[in-house]
Design a protein around this ligand. Structure first.
Ligand code: ADP
Length: 454
């Protein structure tokens, strides 16, 4: 096992990784930007190195600075967390060439799944069902119109290098399609340095259901059930749960098998997630594979009893993972996660950074909070607006909704604006309670808060 690792991230995930490392008896090195010198992830680590200015490109995306920090502190491995360099194949290669283990999959798996069009091509060969759509970049306006005619409106334009909902546009007619292609290409170029976009059929009554997979370098590859991430705003997750209210054991088995096939297609090891759209009739389609730990991994931990971050470290060290056989995977109870973002949700979800003066976290039976904030901490405008992940665990779905509702009622994060009151409203919504919702839940029922709806 490693003696010391570097955590190339910030915020709650850096603290999460630090916890797993310390429990495994591993020393940790934090890296931080000048904006984060007073952050909690710096305090909990055994050592810390400043790697540059507040802008991500100067620090958390600054590969030479991170590698230098790893070399001067003499670590054996780097955990990239999620976001920043987690899905950067070049970074994984640089780590390995410096004889530092990258705690994640191979650079080749990252590369082959990182580009959405390439990933579609790869999993298609493995007979994984795909969202109907194109396989090549849109060449021009006529090409786009022809694809849309074949798929029938509505369609969605996506950036091949995409992520975080950037470069995505839903179109209902030719006029909108033609103008949206150009803006999506521009947005993709600015965000990813790659303007390639392609087109998929847009499903209006669909759910986002993803399968957690875990594999090691000893040939073991299993899935750890599904997470339902259907409650989204602007195609970004707000609430996640496991198991999904729309998945029964038979469907779980089928989706799990398909997810494993997708992972096998790129010789996957470490933790990964295969995302699907699940339609009303039980048909499901591959969306993409995320080759890293996900924000919402904690709810899988609550229902399976596994520690996914520890597993990641164990796997990167070349050891076999704890559970090797599919039939040993547990699914007990029900878990929910609410993403608490520093956002003014009543004002189009505008970011609401600033100092937190009053902070009171809920606790008691069935509650887990992963966060990097506390009273006196400043939510920086430079980074992601997520301030905490509030997770609840109960014996079944009704039970966990009660636990989460009372926890949200206890939670105080002031005076910045957060999504806590929105979550309170959602948890009390009868459609949410029945579990019969689709990805249009927020725009349809809480559309008053969204200025532009796609
Ligand atoms: P990103 O990588 O930018 O997050 P994804 O491809 O994972 O983009 O999609 C994000 C969300 O957008 C999905 O969870 C889903 O709600 C919505 N979405 C994406 N593609 C489709 C589609 N073809 N039909 C309906 N909804 C879609």
């Amino acid at each position: 096992m490693f003696k010391k690792i570097l955590i190339a991230n910030r915020g709650e995930v850096a603290i999460r990784i630090n916890r797993a490392a310390h429990e495994l008896g591993i020393k940790t090195v934090a890296v931080y930007s000048q904006a984060d010198k007073d952050s909690l992830h710096v305090r909990v680590a055994d050592e810390a190195v400043c790697i540059g200015g507040p802008l991500p490109k100067d620090s958390y995306l600054n590969i030479p600075a991170i590698i230098s920090a790893a070399e001067i502190t003499d670590v054996e491995a780097i955990h990239p967390g999620y976001g920043f360099l987690a899905e950067n194949a070049h970074f994984a290669e640089v780590c390995e060439s410096c004889e530092i283990k990258f705690i994640g999959p191979s650079a080749d798996s990252i590369r082959r799944m990182g580009d959405k069009m390439a990933a579609r091509e790869t999993v298609k060969k493995a007979s994984v069902p795909l969202v109907p759509g194109s396989y090549e970049r849109v060449k021009d306006k006529d090409d786009a119109l022809q694809i849309a005619k074949r798929l029938k409106y509505p369609v969605i334009i996506k950036a091949s290098a995409g992520g975080g909902g950037k470069g995505m546009r839903v179109c209902h007619n030719d006029v909108r399609l033609v103008s949206a292609i150009m803006t999506a290409e521009r947005e993709a170029e600015a965000a990813f340095g790659n303007s390639a976009v392609y087109i998929e059929k847009y499903f209006e009554k669909t759910r986002h259901v993803e399968i957690q997979v875990l594999g090691d370098r000893h040939g073991n590859l299993i899935h750890l059930n599904e997470r339902d991430c259907t409650i989204q705003r602007r195609h970004q997750k707000l609430i996640e749960e496991s198991p999904s209210p729309a998945v029964d054991p038979k469907l779980r088995r089928k989706m799990g098998e398909v997810a494993i096939k997708a992972a096998q297609a790129v010789n996957y090891f470490n933790a990964g997630t295969v995302e699907f759209l699940l339609n009303e009739d039980g048909s499901f389609y591959f969306l993409e594979m995320n080759t890293r730990i996900q924000v919402e991994h904690g709810i899988t931990e609550l229902v399976t009893g596994l520690d996914l971050v520890k597993e990641q470290i164990i796997i990167a060290a070349g050891l076999p993972m704890t559970i090797k056989k599919q039939d040993k995977v547990q699914l007990n109870g029900h878990a929910l996660e609410c993403r608490i973002n520093a956002e003014d949700y009543q004002n189009n979800f505008a970011p609401s950074p600033g100092r937190i003066d009053r902070y009171y976290a809920p606790g008691g039976p069935g509650i887990r909070i992963d966060t990097h904030v506390a009273a006196g901490q400043v939510v920086s405008p430079y980074y992601d607006s997520m301030v905490a992940k509030l997770m609840a665990y109960g014996k079944d779905r009704d039970d966990v909704i009660k636990v989460m509702t009372r926890a949200l009622d206890e939670y105080i994060v002031e005076p910045i604006k957060t999504t806590i009151p929105l979550h309170r409203e959602i948890l009390r919504n009868p459609i949410f309670k029945r579990g019969q919702f689709y990805t249009d839940f927020i725009p349809r029922l809480f559309g008053k808060y969204l200025k532009e709806q796609s």
